[in-house]
Design a protein around this ligand. Sequence first.
Ligand code: ADP
Ligand code: MG
Length: 332
Amino acid sequence: MSTARQIIALLKSYVEGEEQQFYSAALQMAAHEARQGHGKLAQEIRELVDQAKARSSAIERKTGPVPLVQPKGELANLLSARYPDTKLSDMVLSPELEFRLKRILTEQKQRSRLQSYNLSPRRKILLVGTPGSGKTMTAAALAGELQLPLLTTVYSSLIGKLMGETASRLKLIFDAMLLTRGVYFFDEFDAIGTQRNNVNDVGEIRRVLNSFLQLIESDESDSLIIAATNHPNLLDEALFRRFDDVIEYQPPTVEMIRRLLETRLSVFKIQWNDWSEILDAVQGLSLAEIVRAADEAAKQAVLSNTEEIGEENLLSAILERRDVNIQQLKKV
Ligand SMILES: Nc1ncnc2c1ncn2[C@@H]1O[C@H](COP(=O)(O)OP(=O)(O)O)[C@@H](O)[C@H]1O
Ligand SMILES: [Mg+2]
């Protein structure tokens, strides 16, 4: 039998994420077994190490102050990796959304405690909201708070021309989730299958979407899977079942919009006391558009060598955004 020392060395290297030490500890155990005359056992360990080496090469861990993960091989085209430093406190959230996002973080941070009672932390999340409501930012904030890589699926590489190609690439991504814990983000996931140019094979689209949903359902990794969609009509029973949480973004309240503008412009001197005209003007704009209007007014102030922002400046930036909106609506 292997000694407790060897098992400790094995566990230690695992905990510390030292892959090479992990393999060498395992191979030492194999050598130990071989010396004891347990040739079959030794062989079994060596084969497992070989298998592990082959699999773990899908995503490379680069050491440094923060160990970076970089997808390798085919996965490198399928996932774009980054380490966001976004925090939940950077976001303006309704009390309900804040509660639900914090609950995900708490469960993730305490996941070993939950798991020791056979309970699973929330980790398969569907975000539903109109463009610019903060879905991508939420995925980044969850990764930032948990200090995990944000691995976003690149659909242009995912969608293949050949039948079954897309499904097998999806499988690669789900295999990676088991090996490398991270926040795996499928933005506008309903676009899977419809992204392909000459789409007329409706059957293939449905197959791809179905295989995606099955992969989500059967996934038992420690990674977070976050899917985002602009289409609330996708919210049928079948979808609900596959996610631990479905989070809907409601239009921002007047209070949230004011908070967003105040934080965004906090380094400037605001020249108005009465917010009513501004808050009327932004009605119907998304949070993303409001941020852009605020940044526009701030830029103007900086370029005119002042830290003061006049109400007129902000209002005209807001009106400009509304115009852009109207132009876009006309085009559709
Ligand atoms: N809740 C929010 N709080 C603060 N800023 C926000 C929020 N939602 C959106 N934004 C701003 O709008 C930008 C775009 O939002 P994004 O997350 O890409 O929206 P979505 O993915 O829903 O289309 C963000 O980078 C951020 O500047
Ligand atoms: Mg987005």
